[in-house]
Design a protein around this ligand. Structure first.
Ligand SMILES: Cc1cc2nc3c(=O)[nH]c(=O)nc-3n(C[C@H](O)[C@H](O)[C@H](O)COP(=O)(O)O)c2cc1C
Length: 269
């Protein structure tokens, strides 16, 4: 199946909330517990090459959850995960990490065969991943050439929309806008964690700048959304909001309520 941006918006029109990825947690089995709740479910992060799987093994050893699996059987694995995730009746996005695009390419093609969206992780801040100059490191100016190489190859090899999961305030907003402008033809959407250092609420000013500069892209806003009020504030500057920790807390009733009136909520930019 292949969707363009207008199709994605149309298909999700009465659902405004996306399930954000949580490594070691959000797999197909997790998603199928949430029927008719989310517009998009994001599974992963999945590692697509050996070096990132090794990094994940190290992360697990120090007590954090990650998905660990046999990379030689990735096609089989991801097909099953996506099929399970589809039981949520949401579009399925797959959040991925890799260091070497050539080694990851077959696995990228598998995702292209089965998923609705591929989401490149430019967000992870686990040291085992950032030491590889990937995750949030891909947002830096000096790594923009690597990001471009990744995205060019992905676009050449798959036919589904490509989103970037990014973190606000890792680089200043103008730097992020410049860097994203350099790769503009190669992505369809931005999933932005509006991380606000030292604060427990999202940086909506950063999001506003991103919305203003990328009006043609689908934007999923994220960070500390726990209620209809939080979601409505953020939805002024994005097409969807996403949630992670609030789902773990079981705080989801408000999402059903939001979906009922969702057609009346819209972005102002
Ligand atoms: C346990 C956990 C694991 C996460 N793993 C990932 C991941 O694999 N990939 C990713 O892009 N973001 C990951 N995130 C970040 C979330 O997708 C989200 O951006 C962040 O939690 C802020 O949203 P929230 O306030 O709704 O929790 C993770 C978050 C948590 C809590």
């Amino acid at each position: 199946m292949c969707f363009n941006n207008q199709n994605i918006l149309k298909l999700c029109k009465n659902k405004k909330v996306v399930l954000a990825p949580m490594a070691g947690i959000t797999d197909g089995k997790f998603c199928k517990n949430y029927k008719d709740l989310f517009a998009i479910v994001t599974i992963g992060a999945y590692d697509l090459d050996n070096i990132t799987q090794l990094a994940s093994e190290k992360i697990v050893k120090r007590g954090r959850k990650e998905f660990l699996y046999n990379l030689n059987k990735f096609d089989e694995l991801i097909k099953k995960e996506i099929n399970d995730a589809r039981k949520s009746n949401a579009l399925v996005s797959v959040n991925v990490r890799f260091k070497d695009i050539d080694k990851a390419l077959n696995n990228i093609k598998s995702i292209g065969k089965y998923a609705d969206i591929l989401e490149l992780n430019c967000h992870c801040r686990q040291p085992e991943i950032t030491q590889l100059s990937i995750g949030q490191e891909l947002l830096k100016k000096e790594n923009n050439i690597i990001l471009k190489k990744f995205l060019e190859k992905i676009k050449l090899n798959i036919n589904i929309p490509v989103f970037l999961k990014v973190r606000a305030n890792f680089v200043p907003v103008n730097e992020l806008i410049n860097n994203l402008n350099n790769v503009r033809p190669y992505f369809n959407g931005l999933h932005i964690d509006c991380f606000n250092p030292g604060k427990n609420y999202p940086d909506l000013d950063y999001l506003k700048e991103i919305r203003y500069n990328f009006k043609d892209k689908i934007i999923i806003g994220n960070n500390s959304i726990n209620s209809i009020e939080d979601a409505e504030k953020m939805l002024k500057y994005c097409d969807f909001v996403s949630v992670a920790r609030c789902v773990l807390k079981g705080n989801i009733d408000w999402i059903y309520k939001l979906n009922i009136g969702a057609q009346n909520i819209g972005r102002i930019y």
